[in-house]
Write a protein that binds this ligand. Sequence first.
Ligand SMILES: NC(=O)C1=CN([C@@H]2O[C@H](COP(=O)(O)OP(=O)(O)OC[C@H]3O[C@@H](n4cnc5c(N)ncnc54)[C@H](OP(=O)(O)O)[C@@H]3O)[C@@H](O)[C@H]2O)C=CC1
Ligand SMILES: O=C(CO)COP(=O)(O)O
Length: 347
Amino acid sequence: MSIITFVGAGQMASALSFPATENGHEVRLVGTHLDREIIETAEASGFHPTLKRQLPNEGIKYYQIEDVELALDGTNAVLCGVSSFGVDWFCEKILPLIPDSVPLLLVTKGMIALADGFMITYPDYFISKLPDGKKLSINAIGGPCTSYELADKDHSAVAFCGTDIEILRRFKKLFETSYYHISLSTDVVGVECAVALKNAYALGVSLAVGLAIGTDGSGKEHYNSQAALFGQSVKEMKHLLEIINGGAENIIYGAGDLYVTIFGGRTRKIGTLLGRGFSFEKAMGELEGITLESIVIATRTACCVRRLAKRGMLQLSDFPLLMHVDNIINNGAAVDIPWTSFETEKY
Ligand SMILES: NC(=O)C1=CN([C@@H]2O[C@H](COP(=O)(O)OP(=O)(O)OC[C@H]3O[C@@H](n4cnc5c(N)ncnc54)[C@H](OP(=O)(O)O)[C@@H]3O)[C@@H](O)[C@H]2O)C=CC1
Ligand SMILES: O=C(CO)COP(=O)(O)O
């Protein structure tokens, strides 16, 4: 039996308590300062209010953030459960508390845009934030897996990535079950960027859902247009993966994650409202309180692409869908899918 301390009691970290406890491990679920109610409710009734599922009856101990050091005492591994919005908080408050011998696994998906146009993965960002002299093994989870379906034990296939394959194998042993399938990869840049990119493109594909439903909401969902945008997304993602030197096989995680996010992710909600003609501000207002990481990641990705184009490392015309998504989010553009710019000639 191992002890795994989860810091951040959001939907995804909490869903991972199912495979971990099923494997006989002790999960110490620590809420951030923003998760106070989640911890109170789950401790009292076992019900997770945002995951909307009953958490496992046995094997979980609940902690408020004041008791994080107690929760880290004697732990064998740490899971970081915050979203992109909590990354700096985690780096500042939690990283210094984790003993060097205890490996860390991030559920957080996304990346940081650097001033030179390059992207830095969250594991590398976390490493750059370690206090002087501190060494930690920082790993991450990528791939298609919605939290509530993991909690319902639907088959999910993900990738754990990090630089040390032995540590990844240890993590796999902690979490793998008959329904949670884990591939391992030391291509951190490839896995992490593939799944970060899907955030931007899932929004792009969901525009087609909203366009078909229409402004009054009476239309019927269409699939041709979604499939066309899905194909264009994969093309742009694949091209970006090449530019950042991520392995081509990572498109499997990116495209899988794109699929599940279009059908079951929160990103679909914002893309659909924008496609129906809501202004960006109105759509965000409608979805207040929902974690919408895709907005931040789409903005960062577009920012990197624009900077790389300025340096002559790519052509903006190769990323028409990403540029359109960015223009909708950040420049007030109306939805007007640039269909003809997706057409190609091969001879
Ligand atoms: N949900 C899903 O299906 C999946 C999610 N992921 C990834 O997992 C990560 C977490 O997502 P998910 O669990 O769904 O999100 P939630 O919104 O449910 O949880 C996010 C966690 O981060 C905390 N947080 C947010 N902002 C801050 C902040 N400023 N400072 C400190 N903590 C903060 C949250 O607090 P609060 O309670 O206020 O939100 C909560 O603990 C994301 O990066 C997401 O992409 C990956 C696969 C699937
Ligand atoms: O990453 C996800 C599924 O793999 C969930 O995406 P959302 O953040 O859009 O809910």
